[in-house]
Design a protein around this ligand. Structure first.
Ligand SMILES: Nc1ncnc2c1ncn2[C@@H]1O[C@H](COP(=O)(O)OP(=O)(O)OP(=O)(O)O)[C@@H](O)[C@H]1O
Ligand SMILES: O=c1[nH]c(=O)c2[nH+]cn([C@@H]3O[C@H](COP(=O)(O)O)[C@@H](O)[C@H]3O)c2[nH]1
Ligand SMILES: NC(=O)CC[C@H](N)C(=O)O
Ligand SMILES: [Mg+2]
Length: 520
């Protein structure tokens, strides 16, 4: 099997370490993030990176016991790029000096100007005629003396050594963050760095597809595998990939809990069964879920009931599949990184997110996770390679508990019916206005209150609903989408005219935080 050139990102705990990986993956470079504690001499030998990046970090190298890489990293003969804390660590390790404070802190936008010497790492920089380049800084400490062998190639007001390098050893150290959006030419810097390191850009979804298929065949052999299929991007791409690898040995279980959107079950099952020829069990469990949810209004109780039923249902169908030894999941790279996170600390549970994680232990199934190394946009690219239509790949995320968490308070079949219709009108409006792809997620929530209205000179006493549409990168933070008043007016009119049971429509303009995306 092909062994890709690998780049190692040593994580010192920066908030933006993942972005370094994103920038490199966009350049078709295979990279992995590892917390600095795990990067030992033995690890380095084994990983055999072609180049290394040191991330930023919250600590100060002036503090005794602050994070360090193993010394052997500097003897490997591979290029190293140190960013912010990474720069400071490199300078101190190699004989320079770092100082704290003294009015040199820079947070936010800054400008670097070039020194006299030229540096290949910066080719493509300083070309817009202003003689300087915008970068994003976030540091309190600064390098006050560079290490022997290094020279200065750029300075900023707060960082006299904003860009330094020892060209003969191919060590580069910068005070700013080239991975963030606010360093507009940061990508060029990474491009130059990986070219210098000799990467061939061999990480493409086309190549990945073939390798992944082979790996899945080796793992599964002639055994059977099952997959919980939601119709969301992750489980859909995982299923399509595994199907390509082992065909009929795969069975998908799609659970219809009665909390799906209008026509969703038909679309998902039709697509995978009729179009892609997958074996899909359409588990009709509406009565079970809606029955157990009857009279329940507390959000966490709802979520826990749904989580438990998902497992029970899945177990039931898995038991009926002879010889099933494997369970497929759509775990992505961000999930993997988060679970080994450097800075993980005690945090409060806001919501118990449902997913099928935790199943294998209970069921004695071995895991197949073919997307573990990929970011979401890579998963989308892979899905396209596998022939999934764009209408599936670009779908807004949909939560496992479905409409249950968009129906605050008690769930009734009547409310679900109304909600499904209103949601379909809203999404139709968004598509008609060509806004679907600009929005991360959009839906309607039906509110547990009836209000008075007047329609056709008669009195109405019906439910109110709230429209929700947000922009986001990863769902962790979000902003409400700035629809025009015309759009909102037209949509409210359509919902009230077309959906019996709703006579009032509001737009939710809360960002996250302090709100969350879903209403429960
Ligand atoms: N109705 C369902 N039937 C079967 N499995 C489900 C269902 N809903 C959720 N799951 C399982 O829970 C997992 C987690 O759901 P999640 O919404 O995070 O991912 P996804 O649906 O695959 O992708 P996306 O994030 O794009 O919605 C899914 O990958 C799927 O395995
Ligand atoms: O698979 C899921 N199971 C869940 O239990 C769940 N709860 C919220 N979400 C989705 O996560 C994102 C963030 O949502 P919140 O801001 O409401 O927490 C949004 O995209 C939500 O739709 C879920 N997804
Ligand atoms: N963003 C960073 O890496 C900051 C490094 C260090 N904590 C400083 O304040 O200078
Ligand atoms: Mg989903």
């Amino acid at each position: 099997m092909t062994q890709h050139d690998r780049l190692l990102i040593v994580d010192f705990g920066s908030q933006v370490t993942q972005l370094i990986a994103r920038r490199l993956r966009e350049l078709n470079v295979y990279c992995e993030i590892h917390p600095y504690q795990n990067v030992t001499d033995a690890f380095l030998q084994d990983f055999a990176p072609r180049a290394i990046v040191f991330s930023g970090g919250p600590d100060s190298v002036t503090r005794d016991g602050s994070p360090r890489p193993p010394k052997s990293v500097y003897d490997m003969g591979v290029p190293i790029l140190g960013i912010c804390y990474g720069q400071q660590v490199m300078m101190q390790d190699l004989g320079g000096r770092v100082e704290a404070g003294h009015g040199t802190a820079e947070f936010g936008r800054a400008w670097v100007t070039p020194a006299e010497n030229r540096l290949d790492l910066l080719s493509g920089w300083f070309l817009d005629g202003t003689g300087r380049e915008q970068v994003w800084m976030s540091h309190g400490d600064h390098v006050s003396a560079i290490a022997p062998g290094f020279e200065v190639y750029g300075t900023s007001p707060g960082a006299p050594f904003a860009i330094t390098a020892d060209v003969s050893r191919r060590f580069y150290a910068v005070q700013f963050h080239p991975e963030v959006h606010h360093t507009p030419n940061g990508r060029t810097l990474y491009e130059n760095f990986v070219r210098e390191a000799g990467f061939q850009g061999d990480w493409t979804m086309d190549a990945y597809r073939e390798e992944a298929v082979q790996r899945i065949r080796d793992q599964i052999g002639d055994k059977k595998v099952i997959c919980a299929l939601s119709g969301g991007v992750d489980s859909s791409v995982a299923a399509a990939l595994i199907h390509e690898a082992v065909g009929d040995q795969l069975t998908c279980v799609f659970v219809d809990h009665g909390l799906l959107r209008l026509n969703e079950a038909e679309e998902v099952v039709g697509m995978f069964r009729d179009h892609m020829n997958l074996h899909v069990i359409h588990a009709q469990e509406q009565e079970l879920f809606l029955g157990e949810l009857e009279g329940v209004s507390d959000p966490e109780t709802k979520r826990k009931i749904i989580g438990r039923l998902f497992i029970e249902v899945f177990q039931k169908y898995a038991d009926g599949i002879e010889g099933a030894e494997f369970l497929a999941q759509g775990t992505l790279y961000p999930d993997v990184i988060e679970s080994v996170s450097f800075s993980g600390g005690p945090s409060v549970t806001i919501k118990s997110h449902h997913n099928v994680g935790g199943l294998p232990e209970k069921m004695g199934l071995k895991l197949v996770e073919p997307l573990r190394e990929l970011f979401k946009d890579e998963v989308r690219a892979l899905g396209r390679e596998l022939g999934l239509p764009d209408s599936f790949i670009g779908r807004h995320p949909f939560p496992g508990p479905g409409l249950a968490i968009r129906c605050p308070g008690e769930i009734t079949r009547e409310k679900l019916e109304i909600l499904r219709k209103a949601d379909a009108v809203f999404i139709d409006q968004i598509r008609r206005h060509g806004l679907y792809d600009d929005i991360w997620q959009a839906f309607v929530a039906i509110l547990p209150v009836r209000t008075v209205g007047v329609m056709g000179d008669g009195r109405t006493y019906d439910f109110a609903c709230a429209l929700r549409a947000v922009t986001s990168v990863d769902g962790m933070t979000a902003d409400y989408y700035p629809f025009s008043h015309d759009f909102l007016g037209e949509t409210a009119t359509r919902i009230i005219n077309e959906v019996k049971g709703i006579n009032r429509c509001t737009y939710d303009i809360t960002s996250k935080p302090p709100g969350t995306i879903e209403w429960e």
